[in-house]
Design a protein around this ligand. Structure first.
Ligand code: SF4
Length: 391
């Protein structure tokens, strides 16, 4: 098979995938369904509001938030919560001199024959100290490792800084900050220009001189080649035939020892296929949201249906429910979601005191006997630690 053409342009947001698997840059097909790191329209709306916020150094008014949220058709409460978090972070960073910063800065640089492009949410050139980059994220921090993306912006900004003609001195370092608005955490990196140059040169070489290898891993979830990649196809084919084989033997009165160990060895690949199915379902949902009902070859259509689910506010319904049941009854039907409760506690704590507040509330609840522990059985693969034995 002839080697596909070398890619021309790579976006910084694609670098977390490209760094792990250079094959991802060689998709000759143009799949209908593109994968991007999941931010969606709420991310677009938030970035627009945050750009205004950094430009004016003021939080956007409720009216503007509502207008932007309506324009993008996003949940207004969610958008409001995100922009409030962005503003709280922005105003709490009093050590950042925001004067002279720029919002939505587009950058590009030449990585050998490749063009690297990207836009960072906020940038401040600093001739004497460090160039400062900021990126807002509306996804969850656990979803993706964004270091390579930020390194791409940092390298491109270092290139641009060297070419700037309006000052003589340019910084020799770039500080990149990612603010994870949902998790209320930040990540910060500081790189020397020369380290960025070495990283960019090595990565450019790796991509251009791709060795035809495919590196399968978690990063595949957001790869545009996910459904056409030969490595993925091979894994799916092998796994599906193993599952069929296992399925045929399930009908036997008893599983053989050989079949039992076969099941364990197929398990990891089965999980991988499950992830692919989930990625496909998410992509199909986004496609229907974007294009409306999609007709299938057999005369049906893929649609999004809605159904109503009722939830009862414990706060508003407490007295009414008290007329129908005693405290034991209320306790049996009301549970506090631990994750949400800890998040609320953290959001009300002072900066730097979030972890302490969470630990304190859990301790108090434990002492009051309010924490109940249940045992949950989960099927999972784990590494077997080799025990040291006496010879
Ligand atoms: S799906 Fe995974 S293995 Fe295939 S090209 Fe993309 S990143 Fe590489």
């Amino acid at each position: 098979m002839p080697k596909p053409k070398t890619p021309q342009t790579i976006r910084c947001s694609f670098l977390p995938i490209a760094e792990k698997c250079q094959a991802a840059c060689y998709g000759e097909e143009d799949p209908q369904i593109h994968f991007t790191i999941p931010e969606g329209t709420v991310g677009t709306a938030l970035h627009e509001l945050a750009a205004l916020m950094t430009l004016t150094n003021r939080p956007p008014t409720t009216e503007i938030v509502q207008k932007t949220g309506t324009q993008y058709g996003v949940d207004l409460d969610d958008l409001t919560g995100l922009i409030v978090q962005a503003w709280q972070w922005w105003k709490s960073e009093s050590d950042i001199d925001t004067e002279g910063g720029h919002g939505e800065v587009h950058m590009n640089g030449k990585l050998g024959p490749l063009e690297l492009t990207g836009s960072t949410d906020w940038l401040k050139w600093d001739g004497e100290d460090t160039t400062l980059l900021l990126d807002w994220k509306t996804g969850f921090r656990t979803e993706v490792d964004v270091e390579a993306q930020m390194k791409g912006y940092a390298w491109a900004s270092a290139q641009a800084s060297r070419q700037r003609v309006d000052h003589d001195i340019f910084a020799q370092t770039v500080t990149a900050i990612v603010v994870w608005l949902r998790d209320q955490t930040t990540q910060t990196w500081k790189w020397e220009y020369e380290d960025l140059d070495a990283w960019a040169a090595a990565l450019g070489k790796q991509i251009v001189e791709w060795d035809s290898k495919y590196e399968v891993g978690d990063h595949c979830r957001y790869c545009p080649r996910l459904f056409t990649c030969p490595a993925q196809k091979a894994i799916v084919h092998a796994t599906v035939s193993s599952l069929r084989e296992t399925h045929d033997h399930m009908a036997l009165p008893e599983l053989t020892g050989q079949m039992v160990s076969h099941m364990a060895s197929v398990y990891a690949r089965m999980q991988h296929v499950e992830q692919l199915c989930k990625a496909f379902r998410d992509a199909a949902r986004r496609a229907v949201q974007q294009f409306g009902p999609i007709a299938t070859a057999d005369g049906r259509e893929l649609v999004l249906t809605t159904s109503e689910r009722e939830t009862i506010s414990a706060y508003d319904g407490w007295e009414i429910l008290g007329d129908y049941m005693d405290d034991d009854g209320l306790d049996a039907c009301m549970k506090v979601n631990k994750t949400k409760m800890l998040k609320e506690v953290a959001s009300r704590a002072n900066k730097g005191g979030k972890g302490k507040a969470q630990a304190k509330v859990m301790l108090e609840l434990r002492e009051a006997g309010a924490v109940k522990t249940t045992t949950v059985e989960t099927l999972r693969l784990r590494n077997v630690r080799k025990e040291l034995t006496d010879a």
